[in-house]
Design a binder for this molecule. Sequence first.
Ligand code: BG6
Length: 482
Amino acid sequence: IPVDPFDLVIFGGTGDLARRKILPALFRRYCAGQIPSEARIVGAARAEYDDAGYRDFAAEAIREFAPGRTCEDGTLGQFLERLSYVTIDARGDTGWEDLASKLQPGRVRAFYFSVGPGLFGDLADRLHKWGVADADSRIVVEKPFGHDLASARALNHTLAAHFHESQIYRIDHYLGKETVQNLMAVRFGNMLFEPLWNAQYVDHIQITVAETVGVGGRGEYYDTAGAMRDMMQNHLMQLLCLIAMEPPARFEPDAVRDEKLKVIRALDEVLPHHIVRGQYDAAKGAEGDYPSYREAVGNPRSKTESYIALKTHVSNWRWAGTPFYLRTGKRLKARSSVISVMFKDTPHSIFGAEAGRHANVLTIRLQPNEGITLQVTIKEPGPGGMRLVDVPLDMTFAEALGPEGSDPPDAYERLIMDVIRGNQTLFMRGDEVEAAWAWTDPIIAGWVRRGEVPKPYDSGSVGPGDADLLIQRDGREWRGIV
Ligand code: BG6
């Protein structure tokens, strides 16, 4: 279903995010017939481009990052006609009049702040000074949203000077992933799981987000952030919220976000011995040598973590006593993002020795191979007596849903269209972000106070050995990186 005609301005329109994600996502939605022909997309940045130059930039980005899409010949050309460019000075007056003249009355207006948070205030001021934004305009902001609680509060305050909360779309792209939305469909669209979804029946929860990539060219940013700020405070925290939250009364922005906020506020403070930090070492890989983390960021004494594993609890009636184990890291053995809901075992075995069977597990695979699997016990076929085995009840989307399932839309496709539709359900509210920082800040402050250095781990491994001990001490094992 096409969205309403809109004008979308991408500040930072020549940046990495625009190139890799925003422009390819818009193109794919155009191919899907969701973007009406009256829509206009304006790139805005400091670089000197004209419209034709920006269209070339976009075409190259789309060829590189949206390859192989079924899009009829000529569609790229039609899409590019929707694009234009203004050279703009976020801190001065250059370009703003030009930008104002490009926007059309009576359209949905969205401004994508694909720039560092240091410019949010300048952009917000100028959008108003030049009459470019109005009371219905939407702004989209990217993470990192602040560096700690104080800076996140300051950013919220800056944006609130010009925009109402209902106009602010804080992106956490994990919420746009198909399987993450499916997690809510499975939890709240089936009767099967809800009665068991609590500490009485769930032994523990694991969330793993493992990456094979290193810090790449983002060393300067990453070395001031680390895995805690870059991934744990936002992506893993959002996944935890969706697993742990109470059913909202409706699938509406504030109903969902109120419930997520309650989860974050119920999180226990994490004890120092319930956290393992790691930093990757150099390694030889198939395509050559990988530098160590410290080499990659150009800081031989860096104490920043590229890996983190921790154990926490959600202290409320539903979850008291059920540990949540979370881990994420770079340069690991495999790219694998998985949530495992580990159910308790049956209270009594009627079959005697039950080698080969385990308690039920609900596995939610975010990537790759998106899907959901429920591990159940059945009898091994054949006349060999009552031997039990585990089998997966498998809902791999590629198999269950055909081509749609095997090629799900990128998170940004869904999220940008939600901005145009005015649906904030999959975006973070200001108080959620602040609550997540309030949980993160004391953990980081503890490391700094104690001068903690992360444990080295081999690139291409599953992370530092201490992370295995963290969960093994409780008689459990990590799942998910294979
Ligand atoms: C980003 C982080 O938010 O998410 C990156 O800043 C990380 O460090 C990326 O690599 C992971 O996203 P995805 O969608 O590839 O899992």
